[in-house]
Design a protein around this ligand. Structure first.
Ligand code: GDP
Ligand code: MG
Ligand code: K
Length: 298
């Protein structure tokens, strides 16, 4: 990608459950690449979808923990969500126009205070209110944060969505096309599979191995008998972490593999053979090109 005018960025969408985040993503990205996984929110930046045109690419991410925590992991995830929010180029805070501002909204607003990225207020479901009521909604939020802009939309019916998207693209910095335009179309499951493996690693080893782990899917092939054969490499920073990953006599790696395989099987709906490797790559987190290939960005 050598177009110096190409624009790209990472955008986080936050908001209470049911305000329409997924509906918005589906409208923006289309069926073809919306990745929806029902996995527990234990990953740092979950890619929800990638919007790619000839001139721009926006990677929409989920930032678990900005939402009111449901689990004991909450505190930990809130911290990591906040650091993720400082790495994105914009944050979309979505509300439901037909509902009063509530505790769930305030929880998120509190967490958005002080982050560096510009925050957009997206007032969704305007098809459900009278035009006059929009002002009342805006009044409730006007002072809450220094909004970059306020966009009333209907994700369901499409009102104002393209205008908003166009403005959002304009706000993105110049940058590379991080992901090939068709990558997620061809292999949407690859990303989810690697996230599922990371999630198990996180669940089983989180005390000892914090966010210094990446998972790369080396190959994913469906065999004639219908079984999907997956080779994946777990990349860690230090030899000690490799030891933790493998565990006594390989016991940890086996646990990770078994749990991940079960989830992948239900995701794909076919039997899976999952082979895991562990590789030490010192300082992989500092290498931005590596980060990119692992789906992260520095
Ligand atoms: P999420 O939990 O924030 O991802 O919310 P969803 O995208 O799953 O949407 C929750 C519900 O709101 C679904 O029934 C959607 O069809 C509905 N919904 C989403 N956007 C709109 C909208 O703009 N107008 C209306 N009337 N309903 C919407
Ligand atoms: Mg959703
Ligand atoms: K998701």
């Amino acid at each position: 990608m050598d177009n110096p005018n190409y624009k790209s960025g990472f955008v986080a969408i936050v908001g209470r459950p049911n305000v329409g985040k997924s509906t918005f993503l589906n409208r923006v990205i289309g069926q073809k690449i919306a990745i929806m996984s029902n996995t527990a929110q234990t990953t740092r930046n979950k890619i929800q979808g990638i919007y790619t045109t000839d001139d721009a690419q926006i990677v929409f991410i989920d930032t678990p923990g900005v939402h009111k925590p449901k689990t004991q992991l909450g505190d930990y995830m809130v911290k990591s969500a906040l650091s993720a929010l400082n790495e994105v180029d914009a944050v979309l805070f979505m509300i439901n126009a037909a509902e009063k501002r509530g505790a769930g909204d305030n929880f998120i607003i509190d967490r958005l205070k002080g982050i560096k990225a510009p925050v957009y207020l997206v007032i969704n479901k305007i098809d459900q209110i009278q035009p006059d009521d929009l002002l009342t909604v805006m009044d409730q939020y006007k002072q809450a944060l220094p909004w970059k802009a306020v966009y009333p939309i209907s994700a369901l019916e499409g009102n104002n969505v393209n205008e908003f998207l166009g403005d959002l693209v304009d706000q993105m910095p110049n940058g590379p096309q991080y992901y090939p335009a068709d990558q997620l179309t061809d292999h949407p499951e690859r990303f989810v599979v690697s996230e599922l493996i990371r999630e198990k690693i996180f669940m089983l080893t989180r005390e000892e191995v914090p966010h210094s782990v990446a998972v790369e899917i080396e190959s994913m092939k469906t065999q004639e008998n219908g079984r999907v054969h997956i080779n994946a490499t777990i990349i860690v920073e230090r030899p000690t972490q490799k030891g933790i990953m493998i565990g006594k006599g390989g016991s940890m790696l086996k646990k990770i593999g078994t749990m991940a395989r079960q989830d992948i099987e239900s995701l794909l709906g076919s039997p899976v053979f999952l082979k895991l490797f562990v590789k030490v790559q010192p300082g992989w987190r500092d290498k931005s090109n590596l980060l990119k290939s692992y789906g992260y960005r520095k």
